[in-house]
Design a protein around this ligand. Structure first.
Ligand SMILES: NC(=O)C1=CN([C@@H]2O[C@H](COP(=O)(O)OP(=O)(O)OC[C@H]3O[C@@H](n4cnc5c(N)ncnc54)[C@H](OP(=O)(O)O)[C@@H]3O)[C@@H](O)[C@H]2O)C=CC1
Ligand SMILES: O=C(CO)COP(=O)(O)O
Length: 333
């Protein structure tokens, strides 16, 4: 099959290599000239510098990428998604499939990426949507280290098609799911909890705090998943707790690293100014805090994280605020 990869950063380029390993042809759309040069001329991954298959090509022409195939792998950050889809909509002239791998919720609208696709793409040309998600650090996948993913879609045939596109018997196993909302929300919300876990490490706390954040964090994720219409069991699977574990306990995670800097006292503006790669979790904290306020959903850690990002509390004050909450029985409702 031919696939157009929209966004040739850490994850998009890695998935381009995976698709090539599986016998497909890809063209990457990428705006960063250094990345284009690394892919087209040096045949190396623009970030991790692993050798890429020479068949993998990249272009800075969105038109060329759209013409190349009718299957679009969306791998730009969520904050760029609406703009990029708007540009794609002007160029798409046939029914097309959208496979999204970005993990976020739009803070201004509280929309998931599938909803943004529905709004931005002419329904005549929107032939289906899949969210491909799960615990998958790009730096491991590019080294062909064993990884399990989930192909989630409202269209089961399409979920199976994408499952077969990405699975192989060497390093990737893919499950399907019909819980699109639960899969999308879990993948986004875990980034917020990973930021909090990183902040604990930055503050000098240890493994006990991390285990506490992960365990109480999944409870906050479940509340959001259920409120948005997803299933609790999905949050307990690969797209929820699985992805939370890999992100909230790994120095490889950009969200964990971003949180660690907050824990060390750096301000959000400064982190953004120095970031060379996407950190989705900060925006997701804003989105989930908004959701919590608007619909009265109890998300104590996420709301405290929001106050820290907004400079209303220091990280120490945030931790004390959480410890001072009324004592109660451990519940999972
Ligand atoms: N990295 C990982 O391990 C994983 C990441 N993800 C998710 O994938 C998404 C992408 O992450 P990742 O690949 O790590 O991020 P990167 O920052 O490495 O790559 C994002 C790419 O998108 C490009 N981009 C940004 N804005 C635009 C725009 N307006 N138009 C066109 N291209 C644009 C960037 O270009 P430029 O460099 O010029 O900004 C960059 O090349 C995120 O949602 C992330 O959560 C999911 C699973 C694993
Ligand atoms: O989503 C990811 C792993 O599944 C990647 O997480 P980071 O963006 O925090 O590195």
């Amino acid at each position: 099959m031919k696939i157009s990869v929209i966004g040739g950063g850490a994850w998009g380029t890695t998935l381009a290599q995976l698709l090539t390993d599986n016998g497909n042809e890809v063209l990457i759309y990428e705006i960063n000239n250094n990345y284009l040069n690394e892919i087209n001329n040096n045949h190396i991954h623009p970030i991790f510098k692993n050798v890429l298959d020479e068949k993998i090509k990249a272009t800075n022409s969105l038109e060329e990428a759209i013409d190349y195939s009718d299957t679009y792998l969306l791998a730009v950050p969520t904050k760029a998604m609406r703009t990029v889809l708007g540009l794609m909509d002007k160029l798409i002239n046939r029914p097309s499939i959208f496979i999204n791998v970005s993990k976020g919720i739009e803070p201004e609208t509280l929309k998931r990426v599938s909803e943004i696709v529905d709004e931005e793409i002419n329904p005549k040309y929107n032939a289906g949507y899949v969210c491909l998600t799960g615990p998958s650090h790009a730096e491991e996948v590019i080294e062909r280290k064993l990884t399990l993913l989930v192909s989630a879609s409202l269209d089961n045939d399409l979920a199976v098609k994408v499952q077969n596109l990405f699975a192989n018997d060497k390093y990737i196993r893919v499950y399907t799911s019909n819980d699109l909302i639960g899969s999308e929300v879990g993948g986004a919300a875990k980034n917020a909890i990973a930021v909090i876990s990183g902040a604990c490490t930055g503050l000098g706390l240890g493994e006990n705090a991390r285990a506490a954040v992960i365990t109480r964090g999944i409870l906050e994720i479940v509340r959001v998943v259920e409120f948005m219409g997803g299933r609790k069991e999905t949050a307990f699977g690969l797209t929820g707790i699985g992805d939370l574990i890999v992100t909230a306990s790994s120095e490889n995670s950009r969200n964990f690293q971003g949180g660690k800097k907050i824990g060390q006292g750096m301000k959000l503006d400064e982190i953004y100014a120095n970031a060379t790669q996407t950190i989705e979790g900060f925006r997701t904290i804003y989105a989930l805090h908004e959701l919590s306020e608007k619909f009265d959903i109890e998300l104590p850690m996420i709301s405290t994280a929001y106050e820290i990002l907004e400079n209303k509390l220091t990280v120490e004050e945030g931790m004390k605020k959480l410890l001072k909450r009324d004592l109660k029985a451990e519940d999972f409702s």
